[in-house]
Ligand binder design. Structure first.
Ligand SMILES: [Zn+2]
Length: 334
């Protein structure tokens, strides 16, 4: 691993070697801000939620995980000053995101607000600001602005609508300006990862600096190999969401991809949260008992080892690959 590379976190920059074991896709809070501002009964208080989140992340740290990438972009209730406060109360590192999460249309703000001539530019300039200057209102203990460490976008069942394609291109351009790596949400069974790779490639993105997310939601190995063979990392990042695939099925797909030689491009996570207001109740939710931060440490890693995955391959998925992904930002823009 190259010494001296820094990665941005909610407590400021840290050395690449300090990332340790990384879960590449975990949210802290996923909320609907306008609902919470007007109907805060379930959320309760910021203080209570921040203390609860710090406790859950301390438990994750105690289980052997050192860093999470939190891809909570605009559209998911992103509010980084609150994440900074959580980060102050835990030793676990949190990498925060810029970008936009939409399955279909742009927010009205962007649709009618071109800055330099197209709707892409107003979005892209916001993303670049988050990466180069820091996120508004978010400062580490030295007073330096907290920077986004990843760019997030999404492509779901509606596919590449005009606005989704605009969003992907804005993310690609922010990446090319800054070097900040791209992480995505996809609908795996409709092979949206290939659509994303095509748009990114058209924008001149080096696909080895992209993590195509939610690939663990399918056991279509032909699709996964097509994504992998273009050089991207893939997220086996929804352990505990049994509605797409069960943990046993997800483990078997990871083990098979390791057997086929792809351990150097896989990453693990749950896509879990401390609190998500999309579903009523507290995590772990009754219908998804394994959808919490500790499932991989407690259950998945032992199951992978039992399925023939080696310790070296586990370290690749939890340590080496996330470090290469996040460290690629040091390559700068292009
Ligand atoms: Zn997510």
């Amino acid at each position: 691993m190259i010494q001296g590379i820094q990665v941005e976190t909610a407590r400021g920059p840290i050395g690449l070697e300090a990332l340790g074991r990384v879960l590449v896709h975990e949210h802290v809070f996923v909320i609907s801000p306008e609902i919470q501002m007007n109907y805060p009964q379930e959320w309760g208080s910021d203080e209570m939620r921040i203390a609860d989140a710090a406790q859950r992340l301390n438990d994750l740290k105690a289980a052997g995980i050192d860093t999470i990438i939190d891809p909570t972009a605009l559209g998911l209730g992103r509010y980084i000053p609150r994440i900074v406060e959580v980060a102050r109360r835990t030793d676990l590192n949190i990498v925060v995101a810029t970008g936009l999460y939409t399955f279909n249309e742009l927010p009205h703000y962007y649709r009618r607000r071109p800055l330099v001539g197209t709707a892409i530019d107003s979005m892209c300039s916001h993303f670049v600001q988050d990466i180069t200057e820091g996120v508004h209102g978010a400062f580490d203990e030295t007073g330096r602005g907290v920077r986004a460490g990843v760019i997030k976008c999404a492509t779901d069942t509606p596919g590449l609508t005009d606005d989704v394609e605009r969003t992907l291109r804005a993310c690609a351009r922010a990446h090319r300006i800054t070097g900040c790596p791209i992480t995505t949400h996809t609908h795996a069974t409709t092979q949206r990862g290939l659509d994303q790779q095509r748009v990114f490639a058209e924008e001149g993105v080096d696909l080895s600096r992209v993590l195509i997310g939610h690939c663990g939601d399918t056991d279509d190995l032909d699709y996964l190999q097509r994504v992998l063979d273009q050089g991207s990392f893939i997220g086996m990042d929804r352990f505990g969401i049994d509605g797409y695939l069960t943990t046993d099925q997800r483990v078997e797909v990871v083990a098979e991809l390791c057997r086929r030689g792809y351990a150097g491009q896989l990453s693990l996570s749950h896509d879990a949260s401390c609190y998500i207001d999309w579903i009523a109740g507290e995590v772990p939710l009754g219908a998804l008992p394994n959808w919490h931060y500790l499932h991989i440490s407690q259950d998945v890693v032992p199951a992978l080892l039992a399925a023939g995955v080696t310790d070296t391959q586990i370290d690749a998925m939890l340590i080496d690959n996330p470090a290469r992904f996040l460290g690629s930002a040091a390559g700068g823009g292009y």
